[in-house]
Write a protein that binds this ligand. Structure first.
Ligand SMILES: [Zn+2]
Length: 302
Protein backbone atom coordinates (compact mmCIF):
# COMPACT_ATOMS: atom_id res chain seq x y z
CA UNK A 1 0.00 0.00 0.00
CA UNK A 2 2.69 2.49 0.87
CA UNK A 3 4.40 1.62 -2.34
CA UNK A 4 1.53 2.85 -4.36
CA UNK A 5 0.95 5.94 -2.29
CA UNK A 6 4.55 7.07 -2.21
CA UNK A 7 4.90 8.08 -5.86
CA UNK A 8 1.68 10.06 -5.56
CA UNK A 9 2.97 11.98 -2.57
CA UNK A 10 6.23 12.66 -4.29
CA UNK A 11 4.39 13.96 -7.29
CA UNK A 12 2.33 16.26 -5.16
CA UNK A 13 5.33 17.57 -3.29
CA UNK A 14 7.21 18.22 -6.50
CA UNK A 15 4.23 19.97 -7.96
CA UNK A 16 3.66 22.18 -4.90
CA UNK A 17 6.40 24.77 -5.48
CA UNK A 18 5.35 25.14 -9.07
CA UNK A 19 1.77 25.59 -8.07
CA UNK A 20 2.59 28.18 -5.38
CA UNK A 21 5.43 29.91 -7.19
CA UNK A 22 7.70 29.22 -4.29
CA UNK A 23 11.17 27.93 -4.77
CA UNK A 24 11.53 25.51 -2.02
CA UNK A 25 14.35 23.13 -1.87
CA UNK A 26 13.60 20.01 -3.76
CA UNK A 27 13.82 18.08 -0.58
CA UNK A 28 12.94 18.74 2.96
CA UNK A 29 15.48 20.04 5.40
CA UNK A 30 18.34 17.68 5.69
CA UNK A 31 19.03 16.25 9.07
CA UNK A 32 21.83 18.11 10.77
CA UNK A 33 25.16 16.56 10.06
CA UNK A 34 26.52 15.04 13.20
CA UNK A 35 29.74 16.53 14.31
CA UNK A 36 32.54 14.65 12.68
CA UNK A 37 33.56 11.88 14.96
CA UNK A 38 37.17 10.96 14.81
CA UNK A 39 37.26 7.27 14.67
CA UNK A 40 41.00 7.06 14.23
CA UNK A 41 42.96 4.51 16.20
CA UNK A 42 43.95 5.44 19.77
CA UNK A 43 47.15 7.48 20.04
CA UNK A 44 49.89 4.92 20.41
CA UNK A 45 51.88 7.44 22.47
CA UNK A 46 49.15 7.76 25.04
CA UNK A 47 49.76 5.62 28.05
CA UNK A 48 46.96 3.95 29.90
CA UNK A 49 46.55 5.49 33.33
CA UNK A 50 48.11 2.54 35.07
CA UNK A 51 51.21 2.68 32.92
CA UNK A 52 51.59 6.41 33.26
CA UNK A 53 51.29 6.11 37.01
CA UNK A 54 53.83 3.33 37.15
CA UNK A 55 56.37 5.52 35.40
CA UNK A 56 56.46 7.94 38.30
CA UNK A 57 58.84 7.25 41.11
CA UNK A 58 56.72 6.93 44.19
CA UNK A 59 58.92 6.36 47.12
CA UNK A 60 59.63 9.80 48.47
CA UNK A 61 56.96 11.63 50.41
CA UNK A 62 55.31 14.34 48.43
CA UNK A 63 54.53 17.37 50.51
CA UNK A 64 51.35 19.03 49.41
CA UNK A 65 52.30 22.57 50.16
CA UNK A 66 55.19 24.89 49.95
CA UNK A 67 57.14 25.28 53.14
CA UNK A 68 55.49 27.65 55.53
CA UNK A 69 58.08 30.35 55.38
CA UNK A 70 57.24 34.02 55.68
CA UNK A 71 55.56 35.17 52.50
CA UNK A 72 58.54 37.16 51.33
CA UNK A 73 60.94 34.29 51.76
CA UNK A 74 58.63 31.81 50.16
CA UNK A 75 58.31 34.04 47.17
CA UNK A 76 62.02 34.47 46.94
CA UNK A 77 62.62 30.75 47.12
CA UNK A 78 60.17 30.14 44.37
CA UNK A 79 62.28 32.18 42.02
CA UNK A 80 65.55 30.77 40.74
CA UNK A 81 67.55 33.68 42.08
CA UNK A 82 70.79 31.76 42.06
CA UNK A 83 72.08 28.53 40.62
CA UNK A 84 71.25 26.93 43.92
CA UNK A 85 67.60 27.77 43.53
CA UNK A 86 67.34 25.70 40.40
CA UNK A 87 69.31 22.88 41.87
CA UNK A 88 66.39 20.70 42.71
CA UNK A 89 65.07 21.00 39.20
CA UNK A 90 68.04 19.13 37.96
CA UNK A 91 67.68 16.46 40.55
CA UNK A 92 64.17 15.93 39.40
CA UNK A 93 64.98 16.08 35.73
CA UNK A 94 67.79 13.63 35.90
CA UNK A 95 66.26 11.19 38.30
CA UNK A 96 62.56 11.62 37.95
CA UNK A 97 61.91 11.90 34.24
CA UNK A 98 61.24 8.71 32.36
CA UNK A 99 63.44 6.55 34.50
CA UNK A 100 64.76 3.57 32.66
CA UNK A 101 65.58 0.33 34.42
CA UNK A 102 68.91 1.64 35.60
CA UNK A 103 67.59 4.96 36.78
CA UNK A 104 64.79 3.30 38.66
CA UNK A 105 67.52 1.92 40.88
CA UNK A 106 68.69 5.46 41.45
CA UNK A 107 65.48 6.31 43.21
CA UNK A 108 66.00 6.57 46.91
CA UNK A 109 64.99 3.67 49.10
CA UNK A 110 63.96 5.62 52.14
CA UNK A 111 63.22 9.18 52.91
CA UNK A 112 66.09 10.67 54.87
CA UNK A 113 65.78 9.86 58.55
CA UNK A 114 63.75 12.34 60.52
CA UNK A 115 65.85 11.38 63.51
CA UNK A 116 69.57 10.69 63.50
CA UNK A 117 70.79 7.44 64.93
CA UNK A 118 72.45 8.65 68.16
CA UNK A 119 75.48 6.38 67.81
CA UNK A 120 76.04 7.25 64.18
CA UNK A 121 75.66 10.94 64.95
CA UNK A 122 78.12 10.79 67.83
CA UNK A 123 80.63 8.95 65.64
CA UNK A 124 80.15 11.47 62.85
CA UNK A 125 80.67 14.47 65.13
CA UNK A 126 83.77 12.86 66.62
CA UNK A 127 85.21 12.14 63.17
CA UNK A 128 84.46 15.64 61.99
CA UNK A 129 86.18 17.09 65.03
CA UNK A 130 89.17 14.80 64.56
CA UNK A 131 89.58 15.99 60.99
CA UNK A 132 89.91 19.52 62.31
CA UNK A 133 86.61 20.92 61.06
CA UNK A 134 85.05 23.86 62.88
CA UNK A 135 81.37 23.61 63.54
CA UNK A 136 78.60 24.08 66.04
CA UNK A 137 75.74 21.73 66.68
CA UNK A 138 72.35 23.36 66.32
CA UNK A 139 68.88 22.60 67.57
CA UNK A 140 66.58 20.63 65.30
CA UNK A 141 65.15 22.32 62.25
CA UNK A 142 61.53 21.45 61.61
CA UNK A 143 60.08 23.47 58.80
CA UNK A 144 57.14 21.09 58.29
CA UNK A 145 56.01 19.94 54.88
CA UNK A 146 58.76 17.37 54.87
CA UNK A 147 61.67 19.77 55.44
CA UNK A 148 63.97 19.54 58.39
CA UNK A 149 67.16 18.33 59.96
CA UNK A 150 67.05 16.55 63.31
CA UNK A 151 70.64 17.36 64.27
CA UNK A 152 72.01 20.08 62.03
CA UNK A 153 75.43 21.61 62.36
CA UNK A 154 76.72 24.97 61.27
CA UNK A 155 80.01 24.39 59.54
CA UNK A 156 82.58 27.13 59.19
CA UNK A 157 85.77 25.19 58.43
CA UNK A 158 86.19 21.87 56.69
CA UNK A 159 89.82 21.53 57.71
CA UNK A 160 92.02 23.69 59.90
CA UNK A 161 93.25 25.48 56.77
CA UNK A 162 90.21 25.20 54.48
CA UNK A 163 87.11 27.26 55.20
CA UNK A 164 83.58 26.74 53.99
CA UNK A 165 82.22 30.03 52.66
CA UNK A 166 79.69 31.19 53.57
CA UNK A 167 79.00 29.07 56.64
CA UNK A 168 76.54 26.29 55.91
CA UNK A 169 73.88 24.45 57.87
CA UNK A 170 73.89 20.78 56.92
CA UNK A 171 73.81 17.30 58.39
CA UNK A 172 76.96 15.98 59.96
CA UNK A 173 77.26 13.25 57.36
CA UNK A 174 77.23 15.76 54.53
CA UNK A 175 79.88 17.82 56.30
CA UNK A 176 82.02 14.80 57.06
CA UNK A 177 82.02 13.57 53.49
CA UNK A 178 82.90 17.05 52.25
CA UNK A 179 85.74 17.33 54.75
CA UNK A 180 87.10 13.87 53.95
CA UNK A 181 86.96 14.51 50.22
CA UNK A 182 88.74 17.83 50.64
CA UNK A 183 91.47 16.46 52.86
CA UNK A 184 92.15 13.17 51.12
CA UNK A 185 91.67 13.92 47.45
CA UNK A 186 90.65 17.45 46.49
CA UNK A 187 93.59 19.24 48.11
CA UNK A 188 96.19 16.83 46.72
CA UNK A 189 94.54 16.99 43.28
CA UNK A 190 94.61 20.79 43.38
CA UNK A 191 98.27 20.80 44.39
CA UNK A 192 99.11 18.44 41.52
CA UNK A 193 97.15 20.47 38.98
CA UNK A 194 98.25 23.92 40.13
CA UNK A 195 101.73 23.68 41.64
CA UNK A 196 102.25 27.40 41.22
CA UNK A 197 99.01 28.50 42.79
CA UNK A 198 98.53 29.29 46.45
CA UNK A 199 97.05 26.38 48.36
CA UNK A 200 93.36 25.67 48.58
CA UNK A 201 91.98 27.90 51.33
CA UNK A 202 88.21 27.69 50.94
CA UNK A 203 85.33 25.97 49.28
CA UNK A 204 82.59 28.36 48.32
CA UNK A 205 79.09 26.96 48.27
CA UNK A 206 75.83 28.25 46.84
CA UNK A 207 73.36 26.28 48.94
CA UNK A 208 73.30 24.08 52.01
CA UNK A 209 70.05 23.53 53.89
CA UNK A 210 67.10 25.01 52.02
CA UNK A 211 63.48 24.05 52.62
CA UNK A 212 61.94 23.50 49.24
CA UNK A 213 60.71 20.88 46.86
CA UNK A 214 62.63 19.73 43.87
CA UNK A 215 61.86 21.99 40.97
CA UNK A 216 60.73 24.52 43.58
CA UNK A 217 57.24 23.33 42.71
CA UNK A 218 54.11 23.33 44.79
CA UNK A 219 54.06 19.57 44.98
CA UNK A 220 56.60 16.88 44.34
CA UNK A 221 59.64 15.43 45.96
CA UNK A 222 61.46 17.32 48.63
CA UNK A 223 64.96 18.38 47.60
CA UNK A 224 67.87 16.77 49.41
CA UNK A 225 68.77 20.33 50.38
CA UNK A 226 65.63 20.27 52.54
CA UNK A 227 67.12 17.45 54.65
CA UNK A 228 70.60 18.92 55.03
CA UNK A 229 71.91 16.16 52.78
CA UNK A 230 73.15 18.35 49.95
CA UNK A 231 75.59 21.10 49.19
CA UNK A 232 76.24 23.01 45.98
CA UNK A 233 79.83 23.91 45.19
CA UNK A 234 80.22 27.14 43.26
CA UNK A 235 83.94 27.87 43.52
CA UNK A 236 87.24 27.08 45.18
CA UNK A 237 89.49 29.71 46.66
CA UNK A 238 93.24 29.50 46.33
CA UNK A 239 94.77 32.13 48.58
CA UNK A 240 92.70 35.16 47.70
CA UNK A 241 91.98 33.97 44.22
CA UNK A 242 88.58 32.49 43.56
CA UNK A 243 88.17 29.88 40.85
CA UNK A 244 84.61 29.07 39.87
CA UNK A 245 83.87 25.46 39.03
CA UNK A 246 83.82 24.98 35.28
CA UNK A 247 82.36 22.83 32.54
CA UNK A 248 85.28 20.57 31.67
CA UNK A 249 84.87 19.06 28.26
CA UNK A 250 86.69 15.83 27.61
CA UNK A 251 88.88 17.38 24.91
CA UNK A 252 89.80 20.45 26.95
CA UNK A 253 93.53 20.08 27.49
CA UNK A 254 94.02 22.75 30.15
CA UNK A 255 95.13 21.98 33.69
CA UNK A 256 91.93 23.65 34.89
CA UNK A 257 89.78 21.22 32.90
CA UNK A 258 91.87 18.25 33.98
CA UNK A 259 91.42 19.31 37.58
CA UNK A 260 87.67 19.77 37.19
CA UNK A 261 87.30 16.33 35.62
CA UNK A 262 89.21 14.90 38.55
CA UNK A 263 87.02 16.85 40.98
CA UNK A 264 83.87 15.45 39.34
CA UNK A 265 85.18 11.91 39.67
CA UNK A 266 86.52 12.37 43.18
CA UNK A 267 83.19 13.71 44.38
CA UNK A 268 81.45 10.49 43.33
CA UNK A 269 83.61 8.55 45.78
CA UNK A 270 82.24 10.54 48.72
CA UNK A 271 78.74 11.53 47.60
CA UNK A 272 75.96 9.41 46.15
CA UNK A 273 74.72 12.15 43.85
CA UNK A 274 77.09 14.32 41.84
CA UNK A 275 75.73 16.69 39.23
CA UNK A 276 78.80 18.21 37.65
CA UNK A 277 78.95 21.59 35.93
CA UNK A 278 77.49 21.17 32.46
CA UNK A 279 75.64 17.97 33.31
CA UNK A 280 72.43 19.74 32.36
CA UNK A 281 70.90 23.14 31.79
CA UNK A 282 70.49 23.96 35.47
CA UNK A 283 74.03 22.92 36.40
CA UNK A 284 76.17 25.17 34.31
CA UNK A 285 78.05 26.95 37.07
CA UNK A 286 77.96 24.78 40.16
CA UNK A 287 78.04 21.17 41.21
CA UNK A 288 75.45 19.48 43.36
CA UNK A 289 76.60 16.90 45.90
CA UNK A 290 74.39 14.91 48.23
CA UNK A 291 74.47 11.87 50.48
CA UNK A 292 71.06 10.36 49.71
CA UNK A 293 70.83 6.62 50.41
CA UNK A 294 69.79 4.37 47.54
CA UNK A 295 69.21 0.71 46.92
CA UNK A 296 72.42 -1.27 46.79
CA UNK A 297 74.46 1.86 47.38
CA UNK A 298 73.74 3.11 43.85
CA UNK A 299 75.45 6.36 42.92
CA UNK A 300 74.12 8.87 40.48
CA UNK A 301 77.06 10.81 39.07
CA UNK A 302 76.90 12.83 35.87
ZN1 LIG B 1 72.04 21.13 44.95
Amino acid sequence: MTKTIAPTLVGLLLAWPIATGLTLPSRGPLPQMRPEVTTSAPDPEAKPPEEAKAAEPQDIPTPQNKPTAPAGEAEEEAKPASPAETEAEKDEASEGAEPDAEEQKAVAVDPPPPVEDPKALAACLADLKAIGARFETDKAIDDADGCGVASPITLTKLLPDVALEPVATIRCETALQLARMTRDMLKPAAEAAFPDKPKLTAIRHASGYVCRNRNSQETGKVSEHAYGNAIDIAALRFGDEEEPVMIAKQDDGTAEAAFQRAFNAIACLYFTTVLSPGSDATHQDHMHLDVIKRKSGYRYCR
